[in-house]
Design a binder for this molecule. Structure first.
Ligand code: GLN
Length: 307
């Protein structure tokens, strides 16, 4: 866009940008740069951008035109109705990940009900807080949503990427939740700690999958998308997670993993082979089995000395 075009008022600027990128994307970028609400854009199309704003807007439209995801340009994305900070160090939240949150929330709720009954029966003073760990937390969306939905739970979130943890910490502050963040490769930073629930949205796209070249995925961190095994099936990280679970789950503890559209059968097989019971899969909004999980065989109820 020329300087004259960019100084012709935001209504005109919006129209011109809509010829280069999606109209809605152009609107979000224009609102982001100008600080105007949608009502202001419509009611005052004659309002002008400053030279600096015009320059920034033109740059953002060009990047969008080149395929960069809108979320990275805006620096935020929505998940479960809340706004989260994102950067190119983290995967952009996908709606299908809500299934992972919902299944986890249900199990924690069940666990809490059980614990409360035990508490009443044993006349204990307090119910033991459920311990949850989110492995490969990225922007922290899963851990943060669980912390909000299960306020009595103790949340730990792990990621191997320091840059991702920076984003996740900022999101935890933004949404007012307490989470212990640890840097490490899957279970490596957890020592001998055990949890009631392990939850993960790991990298699972098979290395050669053409999908990695489409829909803005080339701009997302490859580390968060694919296990990097050349010619592999994309299940490398899922295997590691399932293999290690028995050393980090309490008896009766649950594990939920998000996986690819065609990986439910294999993930269930891996869970069965690792001794999980109640193995099942749950569909996303597109009716695709997207999350699988199971439970470690129950043992004696947990007590304080086992902590
Ligand atoms: N579901 C994402 C996609 O296919 C990938 C997410 C992931 O690897 N965890 O784009």
């Amino acid at each position: 866009m020329s300087c004259a075009e960019l100084s012709a008022g935001i209504g005109h600027v919006w129209r011109l940008a809509s010829q280069r990128v999606d109209r809605l994307d152009a609107r979000f970028l224009l609102q982001h740069v100008s600080g105007c609400t949608l009502a202001e854009l419509i009611a005052h199309p004659e309002r002008e951008l400053s030279a600096e704003q015009a320059d920034r807007f033109d740059g953002l439209v060009s990047r969008r035109e080149a395929g960069e995801p809108l979320a990275y340009l805006l620096g935020t994305a929505f998940f479960c109705g809340l706004e989260f900070a994102v950067s190119p160090a983290v995967l952009i939240p996908r709606p299908e990940t809500e299934v992972l949150v919902e299944q986890s929330r249900r199990r924690v709720q069940e666990l809490l009900q059980m614990r409360c009954q035990e508490q009443v029966q044993s006349r204990a003073l307090a119910c033991i807080a459920p311990r949850i760990v989110d492995l490969g937390t990225g922007s922290g969306i899963v851990a943060i949503m669980l912390a909000r939905l299960c306020p009595t739970a103790e949340l730990t979130a792990v990621d191997v990427s320091v840059a991702a943890l920076y984003v996740a910490r900022a999101n935890a502050v933004r949404h007012g939740v307490q989470i212990r963040f640890l840097e490490g490769d899957w279970y490596a930073s957890l020592g001998k700690e055990r949890f009631d629930l392990i939850v993960s949205n790991p990298p699972y796209v098979a290395d050669g999958d053409l999908h990695l070249q489409q829909d803005g995925l080339p701009f997302e961190p490859r580390l968060a998308l694919s296990d990097g095994v050349v010619g592999g099936d994309g299940l490398g990280c899922i295997r590691t997670l399932i293999d290690g679970a028995k050393n980090h789950l309490f008896p009766g503890g649950w594990m939920f993993i998000e996986h690819g559209y065609d990986q439910a059968v294999q993930t269930r097989e891996l869970l069965h082979a690792a001794g999980f019971t109640d193995v099942d899969s749950w569909c996303d909004g597109a009716a695709i089995e997207r999350v699988s999980g199971g439970r470690q065989p129950p043992g004696n109820p947990r007590n304080f000395s086992k902590l």
